[in-house]
Design a protein around this ligand. Structure first.
Ligand code: T46
Length: 132
């Protein structure tokens, strides 16, 4: 449903650095990066699946929880370390909750933004994955 990827932290006396390369550290070429910050902890985001888009998300600061749903079962993962991220595969419904006030959630994607790649209706999602 999703994969957790942990990166080595290259630290020295000056501080820490994490490097992420497309096709090497995450399983696709990176075409777009976006980030979410300043989300009110009471707000939830996501509530969609992507038809084709492959993504990888990591909280480089603070924390949030991602709920993954394949139409049959749900699993959640708390992102709270700047060197641990999760894949957000295509055709997986996902929702994000419990953003810390300082959360900066960075997402790498394998394509540009296309609104027609989103399935934003859960019943339509269930139909497409053949569960209704
Ligand atoms: C996803 C989760 C993890 C753009 O104009 N370009 C972009 O690249 C993106 C990602 C968004 N937008 C616009 C579309 C909306 O008007 O930014 C606004 C907020 O997007 P949305 O409501 O889709 O945000 P989230 O947090 O619900 O979902 C986002 C991504 O859109 C989505 O692909 O998988 O983060």
């Amino acid at each position: 449903m999703y994969k957790v990827i942990k990166f080595p932290v290259r630290g020295d006396a000056r501080g820490s650095l994490v490097a992420i390369e497309g096709l090497k550290d995450i399983p696709f070429e990176i075409k777009r990066v976006y980030y979410i910050f300043g989300t009110d902890p009471k707000e939830a985001r996501g509530f969609h699946a992507h038809k084709e888009l492959e993504q990888f998300g990591i909280c480089v600061k603070g924390s949030c929880e991602v709920v993954f749903d394949d139409g049959k079962k749900k699993e959640s993962f708390k992102l709270d370390a700047p060197h641990v991220g999760v894949t957000i595969p295509k055709m997986i419904w996902h929702e994000m909750y419990n953003f810390s006030e300082d959360c900066v959630f960075v997402v790498f994607a394998n394509d540009i933004y296309r609104e027609n790649d989103y399935i934003r209706n859960y019943d339509e999602y269930l139909k497409r994955v053949n569960y209704v």
